[in-house]
Ligand binder design. Structure first.
Ligand code: CMP
Length: 141
């Protein structure tokens, strides 16, 4: 649990939460947890069951499937939503490529966040569509 005002203002600065007022951000921050990883750490492993949703506060991570890098994610970007939405195993590895700090939510807090904040759900859908389009236009291996 964290309720630092730093995290509250940081969440306000990332597009994912910019539609939420400070009161909502404050209550959200208290539901999540800050997690830190070193470069090279696996934050999420392909095939594992998903228990968390992650928003990157600082640093960079790579989404990899086998040898293929699907995306590089940085501050303000999220990962781990797929497994929580369809309740299937993680679709890819997510590996820190620099020291990273994430704000993480449990699956049940994630479900409540999406259900009660349409602006967050819409932002997430837009980003997922963007990722789908990028995947469709990338050459198949
Ligand atoms: P999940 O399947 O729970 O765990 C791995 C995560 O990697 C996945 O959720 C997405 O958040 C992310 N991910 C999977 N495929 C892509 C992709 N093509 N582009 C960006 N992120 C992805």
């Amino acid at each position: 649990m964290t309720d630092s005002s730093d995290t509250v203002s940081m969440l306000g600065a990332v597009p994912f939460f910019s539609g939420l007022d400070e009161k909502k951000r404050k209550s959200l921050v208290s539901e999540g947890k800050e997690m830190s990883y070193k470069a090279g750490d696996f934050v999420v492993r392909e095939g594992a069951m998903g228990v968390g949703f992650y928003l990157i506060l600082d640093g960079k991570a790579e989404v990899r499937k086998g040898e293929k890098t699907l995306a590089t994610l940085g501050r303000g970007q999220f990962f781990g939503e797929m497994s929580l939405i369809d309740e299937l195993p993680r679709s890819a590895d997510v590996i820190a490529i620099s020291p990273i700090r994430c704000w993480a939510l449990t699956s049940w807090a994630f479900a409540a966040l999406v259900k009660s904040n349409p602006e967050v759900a819409l932002h997430m859908l837009k980003e997922m569509v963007k990722r789908l389009r990028a995947a469709q236009s990338s050459p198949t291996s």
